[in-house]
Design a protein around this ligand. Structure first.
Ligand SMILES: Cc1cc2nc3c(=O)[nH]c(=O)nc-3n(C[C@H](O)[C@H](O)[C@H](O)COP(=O)(O)OP(=O)(O)OC[C@H]3O[C@@H](n4cnc5c(N)ncnc54)[C@H](O)[C@@H]3O)c2cc1C
Length: 418
């Protein structure tokens, strides 16, 4: 498989807000449990809105702590990005350790580097504890460089991590070919803390784990409005109403208008993926023989992996796969932030949210969910993400033309200055 093949794939993408959906993960994920729509009035200690990894993890950690929890999703658990992603369990954040320390100050920066680097532990621990059948592989995560600029960034990242005794290693060009089967990349790194999973199966497993506690999930229950009445939170859906003391909002890139200004703090960015037919055994053996998943660090990145049936799954950038006749092709939305970091906010008394995983949310949204549960429980031990005030992006309503221009510019840079 050559880098140019990816580029050919990328040529066919077009910026689009159309979200088609036939994720390959449906093939091997357990059938979804049925979650009825909320009908009539109900009460809970905590209501969680959004049934992706973040909401499911928040609800699960709250339920484990003995809270009565209700989770509402406008579709069903895993319907959003959580059931549509590449399944790469990526340690850490977009920013390297030194930049995190510069951004937040040394103490918070180092804490974040450590805690987010260990986020895959949380994912694989939950999978183990609840025996979630999601084809987990803790084999590491590979990042690749398409040219000298990308390689410099990776070398710098590895140096910063090794200084902190993190188990990462540089891969030279030959090691990249050997460990991925991909020709054309100039080098890369392996981060042994990472891994990969079937993300839809993980989401459905989290939902099942949640209902094994004192928790109820309602599907097809979009939160239409949130109001505080006499010190309680009241969430209205089309056919019901939930009242709770505490509320957690986990809607990430699918955030709508149910809380003022929140949607304007992120850019919802459409990104796509496609899966091939199962590859012949001989080819399968040469692609990612160690069972890792891989992504490059181009400005418009591409990622790939093999599923347990030997299908090559790859994706990246924006839009729908316009010309492909592949059975499995899909899109989803990631939430981008101006500083490339996830944000946690206290929106009001007893109302928290976390969002903005910048396309690296499998491990991070699970960790954020745990953190939000800690906030609700007023448990500050090991608290990870700093709380920040809501900051809306300027001219948010006019961002689409800007995003399209940035995409073109990045494409140019990737082509000529990789
Ligand atoms: C194609 C693609 C590939 C990706 N690949 C990777 C990868 O390999 N590794 C990685 O780490 N990250 C990846 N990501 C990012 C990752 O999937 C997300 O960061 C993560 O799933 C976010 O989880 P979440 O729970 O915050 O949001 P989501 O999973 O998007 O969940 C939000 C939920 O909120 C619900 N909702 C929204 N509004 C309401 C409302 N008003 N009422 C009720 N419910 C509501 C939606 O129905 C949805 O289910 C990828 C994303 C995409 C789209």
């Amino acid at each position: 498989m050559r880098l140019d093949d990816f580029r050919l794939v990328q040529e066919r993408y077009s910026v689009s807000t159309q979200v088609s959906s036939n994720p390959v993960w449906e093939r091997t994920a357990p059938v979804a449990d049925t979650y009825p729509a909320l009908e009539g009035k109900g009460r809970a200690e905590v209501v969680v809105i959004g049934g992706g990894f973040c909401g499911l993890s928040a609800a699960l950690h709250l339920a484990e702590a003995g809270r009565t929890v209700v989770l509402l999703d406008s579709h069903e658990p895993g319907w959003g990005a959580s059931g549509r992603n590449g399944g790469h369990v990526i340690p850490g954040l977009k920013l390297d350790p030194d930049r995190l320390s510069k951004h937040y100050g040394a103490e918070t920066g180092e804490l974040l580097t450590d805690a987010t680097g260990r986020a895959p532990d949380l994912v694989f621990d939950i999978i183990d504890r609840y025996s979630i059948q999601c084809s987990p592989r803790r084999t590491g995560w590979i990042q690749l460089a398409a040219g000298p600029n990308g390689l410099r960034l990776i070398e710098d990242r590895v140096r910063q991590m090794q200084t902190r005794s993190i188990d990462v290693e540089i891969l030279d060009r030959n090691a990249v070919i050997e460990s991925t089967g991909a020709e054309g990349y100039v080098g890369g790194m392996i981060d042994r803390r990472g891994g990969n999973i079937n993300p839809l199966a993980y989401a459905r497993g989290l939902a099942r784990a949640l209902t094994s506690h004192k928790a109820t999930i309602y599907g097809r229950s979009r939160a239409l409005s949130i109001k505080q009445i006499k010190g309680k939170w009241v969430v209205e859906t089309e056919s019901g109403q939930m009242t709770s003391t505490r509320l957690v909002l986990c809607t990430n890139a699918y955030t709508d208008n149910c809380w003022p200004r929140l949607a304007k703090t992120i850019v919802p960015f459409v990104t796509g993926a496609v899966a091939t037919e199962p590859l012949p055994q001989s080819l399968r053996e040469s692609i990612l023989p160690g069972g890792q998943a891989a992504a490059d660090n181009c400005r418009l990145l591409s990622w790939f992996g093999l599923d347990p049936e030997g299908r090559l799954i790859f994706g990246g950038r924006t839009g729908t796969w316009s010309e492909s006749t592949n059975e499995y092709q899909w899109c989803g939305k990631v939430a981008l932030t101006a500083d490339h970091l996830p944000h946690a906010h206290k929106l009001a008394s007893n109302l928290y949210t976390g969002l903005g995983f910048n396309g690296m949310g499998v491990a991070m949204s699970t960790l954020m969910g745990k953190f939000l549960a800690q906030l609700v429980n007023e448990d500050s031990e090991g608290a990870v993400f700093p709380l920040s005030p809501l900051k809306t992006l300027p001219l948010h309503g006019y961002l689409m033309p800007v995003v399209k221009t940035v995409v073109l510019w990045r494409k140019f840079l990737d082509r000529f200055y990789p």
